[in-house]
Ligand binder design. Sequence first.
Ligand code: SF4
Length: 345
Amino acid sequence: MNDIKNTDCLIRTENISKFFEQKTGLFNSKKEIVRAVENINIHILKGETVGLVGESGCGKTTLGRTILRLIDPTNGNIFFDGNNITSISGKELRKLRRNMQIIFQDPYSSLNPRFKVKHIIAEGLYNFKNELKLDNISIDKIVSEILEKTGLSKDASTKYPHQFSGGQRQRIGIGRAIALNPKFIVCDEPLSALDVSIKSQILNLLHELKKEYKLSYLFISHDLKITASISDRIYIMYLGRIIEELPSSQLFKNPFHPYTKALISAVPEIDSDKRRKRILLEGDVPSPVSIPSGCPFHPRCLKAMEICKSKTPKYLKKGDNHFVACWLYDQNSDSRHKTQDSSKS
Ligand code: SF4
């Protein structure tokens, strides 16, 4: 991050954390803190697509929504185009909304079933009608252009969401996200609810729109192959923390972190020559209420050493845009530390 000019950077987070309080026990008498996201430092350059990958429940969506200021961070700072947006509100936040949009995971529940497509796509345009000096005719024109760009027919504007397939609904959601000509879009698992045949169409559409609108994406997914195909760089997340960052070209060739390697080993391959030896992780993902000490991955890591149980690994630079948080790659760590179970490899 130190090598990157502020002017190139669209989004930057500085030690962002998001904790939730949850009540448990008899009569909800006990309070627990869910540490959904902790001390996250990421950046997204102008025109860049950054992937965010990890298992379900690791905090990907919480991080995406925190960056968009849909939820407030507990600690840390968020910068958009060089401006600190962590505590802005009112008019300033409203202005920011024009530049930051989201495409939701579920194209069925994310569209209001009582609105016609025209109103869904134009909702933001109506909200900013005065600021953008738009009248109803110009809004209709923009909606028609968006329908064309997203591959929907003109008569789609007078129909309701239930009259469309899942892929078409996601196109409507994408149309809504680009209507205000934003700079940044969080794509929150936009393909996970779609059929395989539709996924590549939507992926191509996102790619084309990115070029045309000069967009930056944060592409959230648990699918490594899809994420690598659309992203320039990828962050790997585990239990609310970033544990590796690498160029997407390196994801399958040169991953470092044992967790990244385990995720990659689980990617299905049709070609038997390309199949990797599966790394089976033991146990479940620990609860974000009681995050393990040291390296949070140590209870499941096949390479864990004594130091991993008590000391948090530093985030080390291991190459161009390649960083990893793992004691295995820290030259200064004590080489006498043994793996938890030497029979594991
Ligand atoms: Fe495994 Fe230790 Fe590296 Fe964590 S720091 S991933 S426990 S080897």
